[in-house]
Design a protein around this ligand. Structure first.
Ligand code: 9MR
Length: 624
């Protein structure tokens, strides 16, 4: 990794002397990849306090390892706690790992968080990992990946606790470079589905710093990237600049915008020539109340529909203008113009602030109904770059009331030439909806004649055991069967993320790859496109593998690829082999299975054999 420095104690002290509370000294380990190691055994600390009250003491009252830890006492605010300054030690835009242990005297939630300042000078705070300390044992934050967007300065990681009065003990903290994990040698999703539709993914700016994550995303899902968060109104709207304009000339109809948060993503798209989906212009959520209020005052009255229409026009116009001006070569292939405007029963959302009561819409407060939708599409059509397709986007899009409302709205907008497609978010769960219900929604939207894009696909499972992941795989497989069936109407399928740990629904493991960048059963279930747990497709592949048996058997009793030794070769063998190679302790492969698994790659059973087996299966599927 270029540019990283393992700081000497003196250099570190120099860095820290710039922070609010000068550090006494530091301990820097010289081990490979380890940039900071703080065990407090020398009685000193590299941490400083975030607020003005808390007291940091190296103590021998408690220790996770050795005899000493760091005690943070006299906290007064939830965000008070110990922070570690990282400028000069790590590089913004690259990935690192932190390990640390925390303990509190009583039950409390302790969160590992990060802070940085972006290129426009805005300070950002984000949670990395929240853990519950029971008051008894030390709680580990082990090998937790983190990164800061390129261009960040004033970078810190820190601990905070929602209980402002609880003391926090911290021990055995290390910060190291994250290793690069090469994507597995398995077929790229986008290649597997090349003849049906493009495969893309949503990315957050925080993903860009991880080379391993990005290598995986780029291999499988780079045919359309959705900006997962940073183009939403709460990131784009610049309250200070809007207020300044209002104060200067009395005009509160021209909301100003900023690219401060989204810039790293735009630079990535520009430098890698990746087309983007803009998400999203008009939404009840992640939009501040002041945008809808007289004089941009949080507690002002709702503005009139006329004033809001001017604000909406200017917001859309300013957004398109700043993107075209600062990033003229970045292609926006689509914009989600309006997001989530209909309730499941097909009526408009209730009036109110989503920031006060989740689900309410300030748009409805101003307009009284959903008449703002058509206006938004008119302005988007007027100001979006040429060739950019315009979509209405929603979740629960298979609920009949909502589905009918979207259908009617889409047909009316289509007649006026204002809409190009419907975005089916597709945040699904293995228990609901059934794939058949989802397929009905595909049928209905396809009947509009508009393009369909699956915009935010993920499938949660409450059962995270191996069996649960197999059920999830089956569900993914059924959904992809339906997508293939309607592929003439579908131009893109966008996953809402790549690896489970980075998902907004991480605990229910909704994606195709796990936190170690390994393909899950769900991936294997959709790459061969075969419903391998039901009889009919398995028969197809078994028949085909009969040929393989005769052509590839090289020794008596060996059926190449039959890793589970059940007499046939199918995707279950590939799953088993990959797990075996990944040293998954939950699986065993018999001696015969290992003989069958040696597909002719390097000596022994290796990832190369797994790749050969997958290619063989993909080939069989293509021919079958
Ligand atoms: O994935 C996004 C997550 O990081 C944000 O915290 C969340 C806040 O609203 O928004 C998520 O993205 C949403 C998307 O914009 C619209 N459809 C639902 C997505 C998941 O909530």
């Amino acid at each position: 990794m270029t540019g990283n420095k393992k700081l000497s104690a003196a250099a570190m002290a120099a860095v820290l002397s710039l922070t609010a509370v000068p550090a006494t000294s530091t301990a820097i380990a010289a081990d490979d990849g380890v940039l900071i190691s703080a065990d407090f055994e020398d009685g000193e600390t590299v941490f400083t306090r975030r607020g003005e009250n808390e007291v940091l003491t190296v103590t021998d009252e408690l220790a996770h390892g050795g005899s000493y830890s760091l005690l943070v006492s006299e906290r007064a605010k939830s965000w008070n706690g110990p922070q570690l300054a990282l400028d000069g030690i790590i590089n913004a835009g690259e990935e690192y790992m932190v390990t640390a242990y925390a303990k509190t005297p009583w039950y409390a939630t302790v969160t590992l968080s990060q802070q940085y300042t972006d290129t426009d000078g805005t300070v950002h705070y984000a949670n990395i990992l929240q853990q519950t300390c029971e008051g008894s044992d030390w709680v580990g934050y082990e090998n937790i990946k983190f990164s800061f967007p390129a261009g960040s300065t004033d970078m810190y990681i820190y601990f905070e606790a929602s209980d402002a009065s609880v003391d926090i003990y911290i021990d055995d903290v290390t910060v190291s470079e994250a290793p690069f994990i090469q994507p597995e040698d398995i077929p790229a999703l986008k290649d597997v589905y090349a003849e049906y539709f493009d495969i893309g993914t949503a990315l957050m700016c925080s993903n860009l710093g991880s080379k391993s994550f990005m290598a995986l995303a780029e291999k499988h899902m780079n045919e359309g990237i959705t900006v997962g968060n940073e183009l939403k109104p709460d990131y784009m709207l610049d309250k200070e600049a809007s207020l300044a304009m209002y104060e200067a000339d009395g005009d509160d109809t021209n909301p100003q915008v900023t690219l401060a948060s989204v810039r790293p993503m735009l630079e990535y798209a520009r430098d890698n020539n990746v087309p983007l989906r803009g998400h999203t212009l008009v939404w009840h959520s992640q939009t501040p109340d002041w945008f809808f209020k007289e004089g941009y005052a949080d507690d002002g009255d709702w503005v009139s529909p006329e004033k809001m229409t001017t604000r909406m026009e200017n917001y859309i116009k300013n957004t398109m203008a700043i993107l075209a001006e600062e990033f003229p070569t970045v292609e926006f292939y689509a914009w989600d113009v309006v997001n989530e405007a209909w309730k499941d029963d097909g009526t408009p959302r209730d009036a109110g602030s989503n920031n006060t009561t989740s689900g309410q819409s300030a748009w409805v407060s101003v307009y009284g109904d959903n008449s703002f939708i058509e206006l938004a599409f008119q302005f988007a059509r007027q100001y979006a770059p040429e060739g950019c397709k315009l979509y209405y986007n929603d979740y629960n899009e298979y609920m009949s009331g909502k589905m009918n409302a979207i259908y009617d709205m889409a047909m009316s907008l289509k007649e006026k030439g204002l809409i190009d497609g419907i975005g089916m978010q597709s945040h699904l769960d293995t228990s609901f909806p059934t794939p058949a219900t989802y397929e009905k929604a595909l049928e209905k939207y396809a009947s509009t004649g508009l393009d369909i894009q699956v915009t935010e696909l993920d499938v949660t499972t409450n059962d995270t055991s191996e069996t649960g992941l197999e059920t999830q795989a089956q569900y993914y497989s059924d959904i992809f069967d339906a997508l293939v069936k309607y592929s003439d109407s579908i131009s893109k399928v966008i996953l809402w993320g790549v690896t489970d740990d980075q998902s907004w629904r991480a605990s229910r493991l909704p994606l195709l790859f796990d936190e170690n960048y390994k393909a899950k059963p769900a991936y294997y279930s959709i790459i061969d496109g075969i419903d391998y747990t039901t009889t009919e497709p398995v028969e197809t592949i078994t028949t085909t593998t009969t040929t393989i048996t005769t052509t590839t058997t090289t020794m008596e009793g060996i059926l190449k690829g039959d890793v589970d030794v059940n007499g046939s070769v199918n995707v279950s063998d590939a799953v088993l082999l990959n797990r075996y190679i990944a040293e998954d302790s939950a699986v065993t492969v018999s001696e015969q299975g290992l003989l069958n698994a040696d597909m002719g790659g390097a000596v022994g059973v290796t990832a190369e054999d797994a790749a050969i087996l997958l290619r063989m299966l993909a080939h069989l599927e293509a021919e079958g």
